[in-house]
Write a protein that binds this ligand. Structure first.
Ligand code: FRU
Length: 558
């Protein structure tokens, strides 16, 4: 008898995986849901992306609010499920936003039939546009890369992540690690919201055995906070004295911190409206204002975001120069978001730009290259960056569901001169050569194409559906362009179909094109031009035609 009882218990636990939960309807926008305690690891929430959000308060066993989430709970169709890890949660108190009356009674929404308790959540890839060799989140929405650093042979990448939907909301820091900058291992979430706000972009520094993260708490106002990791960046403890820096400016975010040997101080640079502010600190907690940069300089078509300030590997230029990366949205050369930069000097207090104020320099001339920041502490004096491969104009609408957005391939920055100006060079990081595979005759959805250019070269990638991407190098005009107007699905946003054009800063001789399901990244092999664009062909491009030039196609080993 005792034995039978145990067997039944085991069966009950098993059948709980996928079990349904019954809603308590309390009003036409208000529902409670008993989810616990400890019945299952996750509640799987069904999402319908075209709906308004439902605000969910998660209550624990003492009726205290453990967390707040905004989830687009499904009304009449399920696009996908997202997991919420219960961790002792007992009750979900759900308030629907928007006008629900037109959709029928709240008790009839499809989400109640589709919400499940489960011990597992399936992250097997279901997307044909998921890149093979670019970093993506296992599921959910991603924007900016955050807090990247290198330590003990491991590259750490955190990122703006919504684990509860594939559109922007509920910002946390997701986390992935890699030993080669190409293959990424998903790690548990590193930082999540608290009562100071959700966790916006920021950076990490290494200080002895500690990793210290700085991020923006985005609550009613934006403030800067810090968290410390003593296990190499896997888990963080938030500093009890947060916030460490406040302001009365509404846009005050994205702290980028580094050590400046000259003054033996930590420096923090922040995006504040349309300028960058510089602060310094001796103890990492107490920050003094030093200076601001930006008024009248470069492009001001939008808000400045995600700064990064570093001494550039000098390469061919000779002499130390500093680079200030300044992401801006909107205001990009082809609309929406892009990365501009300034070259100059930094003395521990102030950044001085060496160009005339009106000069604007872009790091990448594609439409899908934003929030570029570099890894702290990269080996061999390298300055390795990643960008978010999307554009705020349509990032929430691109045709994927299980996840949204990827990061660019890793790129190494340097400097070069052209005419009177010094520019930042961008080349694919050397790790991309390690994954170069065998030569192949036809392009595939995962390949690298190397093109030796003539004075005029036209490169056409196409598929059997007549979808195509046309790239043109014009040596006379010294430009490179990419036309994606007929590249496949361009229907999800009017801002998507476009032709992007880059200056090549003199003659260029060889292009490297990286193709990965839904992206094309084009580089001058010497680093004088970079262009990153998304494409969504209905079938992979299988034909390559090059007029006035010679191409070699390589597989990419994964
Ligand atoms: C840039 C940005 C940052 C902000 C984050 C929020 O894309 O707007 O300024 O910290 O995204 O997700």
């Amino acid at each position: 008898m005792k034995r039978l009882f145990l067997t039944l218990m085991a069966m009950t636990t098993l059948t709980l995986a996928g079990a349904q939960v019954t809603p308590m309807v309390l009003g036409d926008k208000h529902v409670m849901l008993r989810v616990g305690a400890d019945k299952a690891k996750y509640v799987l929430l069904p999402v319908q992306e075209t709906e308004d959000i439902a605000a969910i308060a998660v209550l624990d066993g003492r009726n205290e609010m453990a967390q707040r989430l905004n989830v687009k709970l499904a009304i009449d169709r399920v696009d996908y499920w997202v997991p919420y890890e219960l961790k002792g949660a007992r009750l979900l108190d759900i308030e629907f936003h928007g006008d629900r009356r037109q959709k029928g009674a709240v008790g009839e929404f499809v989400c109640w039939k589709e919400i499940k308790l489960s011990d597992t959540f399936d992250t097997t890839n279901r997307e044909r546009f998921r890149p093979a060799y670019h970093h993506t989140p296992l599921y959910g929405w991603m924007n900016d890369p955050n807090g990247m650093f290198y330590k003990d042979g491991v590259w750490h990448l955190y990122y703006q992540w919504n684990p509860y939907g594939s559109q922007w909301e509920n910002m946390t820091w997701g986390h992935s690690t890699s030993t080669d900058l190409v293959h990424w291992q998903a790690q548990p979430m590193a930082l999540e919201a608290d009562w100071l706000g959700s966790v916006f972009s920021g950076s990490c520094v290494t200080n002895g055995n500690e990793v210290v993260a700085y991020y923006t708490s985005a609550g009613m106002n934006q403030t800067q906070a810090m968290a410390v990791s003593r296990d190499g960046g896997m888990t963080f403890t938030k500093y009890a004295g947060n916030p460490v820096l406040t302001s009365d400016k509404p846009d005050f975010r994205d702290p980028n911190v580094f050590w400046y040997e000259g003054t033996k101080r930590w420096i923090m640079i922040l995006a504040v409206g349309q300028e960058m502010q510089i602060y310094s600190s001796k103890d990492m907690k107490d920050w003094q204002y030093e200076s601001a940069f930006g008024q009248g300089y470069g492009n001001h078509g939008g808000v400045w975001e995600c700064p990064d300030l570093f001494e550039a590997p000098s390469g061919a230029v000779g002499g130390a120069k500093w680079v200030l990366l300044c992401n801006i949205n909107p205001g990009g050369p082809f609309g929406g978001s892009a990365t501009q930069y300034f070259v100059g000097q930094f003395d521990g207090h102030k950044f001085n730009c060496e160009s005339m104020p009106k000069v604007t320099k872009w790091l990448d001339y594609g439409k899908d290259h934003y929030a570029t920041v570099s890894f702290y502490n990269a080996p061999d004096n390298r300055r390795v960056v990643l960008a978010w491969m999307s554009n705020w104009q349509y990032a929430n609408q691109v045709p994927t569901k299980q996840f949204r957005s990827a990061n660019s391939i890793p790129r190494d920055l340097g400097l070069f001169t052209h005419g009177e100006e010094t520019y930042v060079s961008v080349v694919p990081s050397k790790e991309m050569l390690d994954v170069r595979g065998a030569k192949t005759k036809k392009p595939t959805e995962v390949c690298e194409i190397v093109v030796d250019l003539k004075n005029q070269t036209e490169i056409v990638l196409s598929n059997t559906k007549g979808e195509q991407v046309v790239m043109t190098y014009d040596g006379a005009k010294q430009t490179f362009s990419m036309d994606r107007t007929k590249s496949g699905d361009v229907s999800f946003s009017e801002a998507f179909p476009c032709v992007t054009v880059a200056p090549t800063h003199g003659t260029i001789r060889q292009l490297r094109l990286f193709i990965d399901h839904c992206s094309i990244e084009a580089f001058d092999a010497e680093g004088k031009m970079a262009m990153t664009n998304l494409v969504f062909p209905s079938e992979p491009y299988s034909s390559l035609k090059v007029k006035g030039g010679k191409a070699v196609i390589y597989e990419i080993k994964n």
